[in-house]
Design a protein around this ligand. Sequence first.
Ligand code: NDP
Length: 341
Amino acid sequence: GKVLVSGANGFIAVWVVRKLLEAGFSVRGTVRSADKGTHLTKLFAEYGDKFELVVVPDITKEGAFDEAVKGVDAIEHTASPFHFNAEDPAELSVPAIQGTVGILESARKYAPSVKRIVITSSCAAVMHASTEPLDEFDWNDESIQAVAEHGSKATNADKYRNSKTLAERSAWQFLDKHVNEIGWDIATMNPPLVLGPNIHEITSPSALNTSSKYMFDAFTKSGEAARLGGGNWVDVRDLADAHVLALQKELPKYTPLVGVSKEEGRNVNRFIIGGDPFIWQEWLDAAPAGSNYEKGTPGSGTRGRGYVNGKGKEVLGLKYKSVAETARDTLADYEVKGWVP
Ligand code: NDP
């Protein structure tokens, strides 16, 4: 089958494309301009016409994906801004929501061949203050409230999380509304911070995507690991596997108006992917002895709360990489790129 991947040049998306091609799928990737596809065309040259690109300049425009969706069997929607520099919350929420609803709407109108649409959501759409470990029934209404109250004065984290929560919710609402007139279903992948080697086009460490930049800074800037503390993580390759498995596995059938209670929500195909807690010091401790990376204070710090992530393992059959493996491969990647201090 052929899979459309939106935002194909992004950190996560390039791994999704690679894993799809390796699994035997054909891939049509969208990029915002032709020059953003040059690296991809080279990277996937061995796949010949099994990999193609289309330019979708503005995902917020009505009908932006109308042409791109034609003839595909599935969609992986990853395109969405992830940064902490927005002044106006709408800079993030408009492309997040309109990109999501727009691609669903284009599929509904022009792609009867589509069987499933996988959306890259986030733990940002899940997290909220709670003493219990969070699972797929949790929703981040707190960031929506914070942005509604404080607008451009809301924190950068809340602005981003607001965009992801609203975007994901709009997808489930779309499914509720149209479930009886479409031949496809939806699955959302909800990862925490995504880390690991970079195969997308990156000219210098300063141009790294948000999550990869944290990792590079922790390893190379004095005091940064302690300042950043910790969080929850998943390896980008495991997340890409999840995107592929979500197309290959049979998933529970969706019926409208679910998710109200835990029991009713069983057939919502929302998956927390990864989510184990970490502290940045652990990554420093995993660097080879004798390297010039920051040392921090070996063994210091305590991990925070984890996510309940059994569903991805049970339903999708996912396995997760360890800090040691991901650290090794990321540092090997820095070496290839000439970024070793
Ligand atoms: P990248 O910044 O590497 O990739 C983002 C992709 O989205 C790029 O293709 C980018 O295109 C596109 N994009 C960004 N803003 C817009 C916009 N306004 N209009 C159209 N396209 C846009 O980030 P990631 O790979 O990390 O993120 C991919 C997805 O994963 C996002 O949905 C993000 O929310 C989600 N996610 C990421 C996590 C992480 O830790 N990295 C954690 C949880 C979720 P262009 O290059 O042209 O800007």
